[in-house]
Design a protein around this ligand. Structure first.
Ligand SMILES: Cc1cc2nc3c(=O)[nH]c(=O)nc-3n(C[C@H](O)[C@H](O)[C@H](O)COP(=O)(O)OP(=O)(O)OC[C@H]3O[C@@H](n4cnc5c(N)ncnc54)[C@H](O)[C@@H]3O)c2cc1C
Length: 445
């Protein structure tokens, strides 16, 4: 059996893998994308049924294709987003092979490149691009109580719809975009909901006739290169559900949701919460107002004709759960029969056995170019900027990474005078042609 070889192997065909393929293809870098399931699988099956994109259709897309069946201001459903990336892969003729799990990558000893073990055989690659996503392994924190028959516990990654949960009240832990959207859906389905709220940013959905995605763009906030220290992991509470609306925790409480502070512990069926709810709400408000202020200043500075919106600064009164915070909750007495942990994700790189990680297991890289030569990352939060893990941002990062790969290839193609004399003229093009053959042979499957 002949060993399959490829110049650049991209692992993962979500939006990051598709973007990589587009840029590598444009630069003539021979490559192959391996995906363990289907293109954009996480959008297809890895999220809850009613999820829509957090950004409007005009914004949450790649430059080369529009959502032509949607109003530009609409929010695409998760399946529409998955269809979009499938269509995009077809449009660029991306060499994607689906249903192939990459199980192990090791650097070759004494020769260039990597040996890649997959569920369908071994591949040799000169370069590896890791596009396996910013959100790989759901995390449920160690404070979680023991699993019992009376208390169903799931991570937001496994939440699909309200019918999935048993009758009774639910505690949602985590109030980023996932937690707050799931909590609101459960409340609207008639459930009693407790929502545990931590630090968050809370941009207005829209202000002065412009979506917050537009404001973050014109204000240069998507392009921020590093997070404010200590706020790297602060989640953004935003929602495109039901046509899009600003996340307002006080409104949710007035509609019947019970807000609590950070979840501290569970002892003998009693949940305890920090007394920090008011602080988190106040910080979220400050973040909200700072964006309105920056937007107003931008309008004035540029003399834009955008209608004023003073009512956006109005705030509802603090509900009782804020003024008299609940610090302890007996789950049985409160009728809580389920907990949804919307507590984020960790990386999973056990398959990538190269020297590209720091002591905490975090990828070491500069704008996606890893400390291990020949290894690259795309799609990670803050890879180059705030927008890096989002649809539009990953496309730009992939362009940079592909450019780096193409430049490295050019260096390696250099031959000094003595070598040039030994090489027959048609050998110069062999490398590129070999890659073209691989691309043509594979196609999108
Ligand atoms: C609930 C939720 C809502 C979001 N909403 C938005 C939004 O509205 N707008 C926005 O811009 N961003 C949004 N994001 C953020 C981001 O756009 C998504 O997380 C997106 O799926 C990331 O794309 P990706 O290609 O980097 O990773 P993924 O979509 O996770 O794709 C990685 C792929 O790699 C494959 N893979 C992993 N390991 C291997 C392996 N060893 N071998 C082979 N294949 C492998 C996986 O099967 C997967 O298909 C959202 C995220 C979440 C969690």
């Amino acid at each position: 059996m002949t060993l399959e070889t490829v110049d650049t192997l991209v692992v993962g065909a979500g939006q990051a893998g598709v973007a990589m393929s587009e840029h590598l293809g444009k630069l003539g870098v021979p490559h192959l994308v391996l995906e363990r399931e289907r293109i954009a699988e996480r959008w297809r099956t890895g999220r809850w049924d009613s999820l829509v994109a957090n950004g409007p259709a005009w914004h949450d897309r790649f430059p080369g294709l529009e959502f032509d069946d949607l109003d530009p201001d609409a929010f695409a459903s998760k399946d529409r987003v998955a269809d979009y990336f499938e269509a995009y892969a077809k449009q660029i003729d991306a060499p994607i092979r689906t249903g192939v799990d990459v199980k192990k990558v090791v650097r070759n000893a004494g020769r260039p490149g990597f040996t890649v073990e997959t569920s369908r055989g071994v591949i040799e690659a000169q370069r590896i691009v890791v596009a396996t996503g910013p959100f790989q392994r759901p995390i449920i924190p160690p404070i979680a109580p023991k699993q019992t028959a009376n208390l169903v516990q799931i991570h937001s990654a496994d939440y699909r719809n309200p019918q999935q949960l048993p009758q009774g009240a639910v505690l949602v832990v985590g109030a980023g975009s996932s937690g707050v959207q799931i909590a609101e859906e459960l409340m609207r389905a008639g459930k009693r909901v407790y929502l545990s709220v931590g630090p968050h940013d809370r941009p207005p959905r829209a202000y002065r006739n412009r979506d917050f995605c537009w404001w973050l763009g014109v204000l240069g906030l998507w392009d921020m290169e590093t997070a404010v220290p200590g706020r790297e992991h602060v989640t953004i509470a935003v929602s495109g559900a039901r046509g899009g609306h600003t996340v307002d925790f006080r409104r949710l409480a007035h509609e019947g949701m019970t807000l609590v502070g950070l979840t501290k512990a569970f002892n003998d069926g009693v949940a305890t919460f920090e007394a920090d709810l008011a602080t988190h709400l106040a910080n979220g408000d400050a973040n909200y107002l700072s964006l309105l202020d920056a937007a107003d200043a931008y309008v004035t500075r540029n003399g834009l004709d955008l209608p004023e919106e003073p009512e956006a600064r109005a705030s509802m009164p603090d509900p009782q759960c804020v003024t008299q915070p609940i610090l302890e909750l007996d789950l049985r007495e409160a009728g809580v029969t389920s907990i949804v942990w919307a507590t984020g994700y960790a990386n999973e790189y056990s398959w990538l056995q190269v020297d590209a990680f720091d002591e905490k297991g975090k990828p070491k890289h500069q704008r996606g170019v890893s400390s291990e030569p020949g290894v690259y990352f795309v799609g990670l939060p803050w890879l180059s900027r705030r927008g890096s893990s989002f649809i539009w941002g990953v496309w730009h990062d992939a362009k940079h990474v592909a450019g780096h790969i193409a430049t490295q290839s050019q260096y390696l193609d250099y031959r000094d005078a003595t070598q040039r004399d030994q090489v027959k003229p048609d050998q110069h093009t062999e490398r590129a042609e070999a890659g073209t053959e691989i691309n043509n042979a594979i196609g999108v499957v």
